[in-house]
Ligand binder design. Structure first.
Ligand SMILES: NC(=O)C1=CN([C@@H]2O[C@H](COP(=O)(O)OP(=O)(O)OC[C@H]3O[C@@H](n4cnc5c(N)ncnc54)[C@H](OP(=O)(O)O)[C@@H]3O)[C@@H](O)[C@H]2O)C=CC1
Ligand SMILES: Nc1nc(=O)c2c([nH]1)NC[C@@H]1CN(c3ccc(C(=O)N[C@@H](CCC(=O)O)C(=O)O)cc3)C=[N+]21
Length: 280
């Protein structure tokens, strides 16, 4: 029998803890504010941005929303970020990705002040994470760690396999598991014997962006399986990178999609916003 790791329940716990903290800060006259920028109107991005605004309201964090047209130039976007960087009332800045092709994402990420980088994507934040210094940690991998820990699963000494090496999920995920004293292997599209490597994992984190690719044959009996992937089919139904129905037969614990990692990403974004007062 597998244990379902419920991201809705765990993210609610985290948001309730933050809500209490924010109320305490308000009583001391400290207000927190997140600025969210969306360029264009990709429907998936609009859902995420909407969820972020709802979470801010629930916790008591102020939010400023900038919905810019698809044709916005890179210069215009950078100018807005600079303005928000120097606005003392703004604690965190989030630019929803992906951006339209004519805008250089790396340049945008680098322009956000590391003090307001609540996504944890700035090279300074990533560097700080890799050498164990304080800084913002990317929300999705931070959420995965919370899911594992709050489910009572130990990471220390475990064989952890991360499937995917992107800058926003796979790489920071491997750094965080290492920080928790896991023994970490990172796999990617050039990995040989992928199945065999995955089957060594006590903890398997999947972030490859391939709908339901990972079935039971990749999973060791009793392993913890965390599915970061999120895909929407033509009927608007969501699925992950893991074939849940197959995987649940061998996994010891597993996250669903939806209701797994997704809600945690937002809870950790809120956590980073609250953290930002210690950085400013
Ligand atoms: N729930 C949430 O909050 C979030 C969910 N996501 C979802 O997570 C998934 C991953 O996102 P992201 O990291 O941005 O994706 P990317 O496409 O940036 O990276 C995918 C990674 O998987 C590797 N990969 C792809 N195909 C294979 C394969 N067949 N075998 C082995 N490795 C493979 C790639 O290898 P290589 O480097 O060699 O190309 C790459 O490292 C997506 O479904 C995305 O939608 C992302 C962010 C947040
Ligand atoms: N600057 C930036 N930061 C991000 O953190 C960022 C981003 N850009 N671009 C896109 C990805 C993806 N992402 C998700 C957030 C919430 C859910 C989420 O709430 N998912 C719900 C379902 C929501 C739905 O119905 O679609 C769930 O899995 O249960 C999913 C994915 C953040 N990302």
């Amino acid at each position: 029998m597998y244990k379902l790791i419920d991201g809705k329940v765990i993210s609610k716990q985290i948001k309730d803890e933050l809500k209490e903290k924010v109320a305490g800060l308000k009583a001391e006259g400290v207000e927190i504010c997140l600025a969210v920028i969306q360029v264009g109107n990709d429907p998936a991005s609009s859902v995420y941005v909407g969820n972020k605004k709802k979470a801010c309201e629930y916790i008591g964090i102020g939010s400023l929303s900038y919905e810019l047209p698809e044709e916005t130039t890179e210069e215009e976007l950078l100018a807005l970020i600079e303005k928000l960087n120097s606005d003392d009332k703004v604690n965190g800045i989030l630019v929803q990705l992906p951006l339209p092709k004519h805008i250089d994402e790396d340049k945008v990420i680098k322009t956000i002040s590391p003090k307001k980088d609540v996504d944890g994507f700035h090279p300074m934040s990533v560097g700080a994470l890799s050498i164990g210094q304080p800084g913002f940690v990317s929300c999705t991998p931070a959420g995965v760690i919370q899911l594992i820990k709050r489910s009572g699963i130990e990471i220390e000494g475990k064989e952890c396999v991360v499937l995917g090496r992107s800058n926003i999920v796979g790489k920071p995920m491997s750094m965080l598991l290492l920080r928790e004293n896991g023994t970490v292997t990172v796999c990617h599209s050039r990995t040989k014997n992928l199945k065999e490597v995955c089957r060594r994992a006590d903890i398997l984190v999947v972030a490859i962006g391939k709908p339901e690719m990972i079935d039971a044959s990749y999973i060791k009996e009793g392993a913890t399986v965390i599915d970061v992937g999120i895909h929407r089919d033509e009927n608007n139904k969501l699925c992950g990178d893991v074939d849940f129905e197959s995987a649940k037969e061998v996994a010891g614990a597993i996250t669903p999609v939806p209701g797994g990692v997704g809600p945690m990403t937002i809870a950790m974004l809120m956590s980073n916003c609250v953290e930002s007062i210690n950085i400013n």
